[in-house]
Design a protein around this ligand. Structure first.
Ligand SMILES: NC(=O)c1ccc[n+]([C@@H]2O[C@H](COP(=O)([O-])OP(=O)(O)OC[C@H]3O[C@@H](n4cnc5c(N)ncnc54)[C@H](O)[C@@H]3O)[C@@H](O)[C@H]2O)c1
Ligand SMILES: O=P(O)(O)OC[C@H](O)CO
Length: 323
């Protein structure tokens, strides 16, 4: 029984380390040959998960065919690349999707993209408040594991759980995905508030009103309220909106300090998913008739379409309404 992980960024590497914590073999597919060499030669991934000594039972590879003997595949690429990596994965093996986002051009959630790319592979989603460095260090973490097939979900949960890593089962795949995708955009908004010195009241208001937006959009897409209020929704929203450890929050902080989105996004190695999700989410929400003013504001800032002061004033000047 060998688990495979597709994508050796921070989160894929941390998940490989988690699965290898009992010395089980783990195959880790990496895009960059340098990353393959560093993991196999020195048991480290300085490019994406620095200062974490990795287990010797992780074997990195640049060849997707090396995953053919795996009985479980965790997919951990950036959301916009999930379709292409899943298309090259071995067919028929359960896929646990760990990427957070909505596909540009199609507005599809990751489970919908994966089903198109690998129609014979069973699908689950793993999403929640999980900074990669903390999981790699074995710090306590709880997460949602969503799978429509409850028997498979239980099998996957048992396989992934560790003493400090606790999956909670759900059958609401769409709800788990929407929470993870939307919170990244809201984290940018909270980072803006931090960078612009708007204070902690403003942050709490953004988290709370942002959660209302997440809930409206989620319900319109068939998510269940308890999923949105759980680890993969509210839990991840609170984590990501509270710390510069979040790439999305940090991106927003830069915007709030006055940097342009184009400068902040140029030549990035690591992914801030909210920047890609925001315009797709805005368009999907408009098409569904769902109001998402905080998401709209983030889109305006990401497009460098309006000055920060004007965007904040417009949010505050919205008509008064019942909560
Ligand atoms: N880092 C975290 O703490 C964390 C936690 C939970 C979920 N996630 C999610 O996991 C996903 C991956 O994020 P990460 O933090 O591991 O990445 P990262 O920012 O650490 O690294 C970027 C990744 O993108 C890959 N990449 C770049 N171009 C590519 C291409 N053309 N095709 C395929 N892959 C390409 C790189 O190889 C690398 O693995 C994201 O959707 C993110 O939201 C991250
Ligand atoms: O660094 P971020 O903003 O991509 O957040 C990482 C994880 O999604 C937190 O759960």
């Amino acid at each position: 029984m060998k688990a495979g992980v597709i994508g050796a960024g921070a989160w894929g590497t941390a998940l490989a380390q988690l699965l290898a914590s009992d010395d089980q073999p783990v195959a880790l597919w990496a895009l960059e040959p340098d990353v393959v060499d560093a993991i196999n030669g020195r048991q480290e991934n300085p490019l994406y998960l620095a200062n974490i000594p990795l287990s010797a039972s992780i074997r990195a590879t640049g060849a997707m065919t090396d995953l053919a003997t795996c009985d479980l595949l965790l997919v951990v690429s950036p959301a916009q690349h999930l379709r292409s990596v899943v298309a090259h994965a071995p067919a028929g093996v359960p896929l646990v999707l760990c990427s957070k986002g909505i596909e540009a051009g199609t507005s599809l959630l990751m489970s919908e993209v994966a089903q198109q790319a690998q129609p014979t592979s069973p699908i689950a989603v793993l999403s929640g408040p999980t900074f990669a460095h903390e999981v790699a260090k074995g710090l306590p973490t709880a997460i949602t594991l969503a799978c429509e097939d409850r028997t498979l979900g239980q099998r996957l949960a048992a396989r992934i759980a560790r003493p400090s890593f606790r999956p909670y089962l759900s059958d609401d795949v769409i709800g788990a995905e929407i929470g993870g995708a939307v919170k990244n955009v809201l984290a940018i908004a909270c980072g803006v508030a931090e960078g612009a010195g708007l204070g902690l009241n403003a942050r709490a208001a953004l988290i709370s009103r942002g959660f209302a937006e997440m809930t409206r959009f989620g319900l319109a897409r068939g998510a269940r309220p308890e999923t949105l209020g759980g680890l993969s929704g509210l839990g991840d929203l609170v984590l990501t909106c509270s710390s510069t450890n979040s790439r999305n929050f940090s991106l927003g902080k830069g915007l709030g300090e006055g940097a342009s989105a184009a400068d902040l996004l140029a030549n990035r190695r690591t992914v801030a998913e909210g920047a890609f999700t925001a315009p797709v989410l805005r368009d999907a929400a408009r098409a569904a008739g769902v109001e998402m003013p905080v998401v709209e504001a983030v889109c305006a800032l990401l497009a460098d379409a309006a000055p920060l002061g004007a965007v904040i004033d417009a949010l505050l000047a919205r008509p008064l309404r019942p909560e």
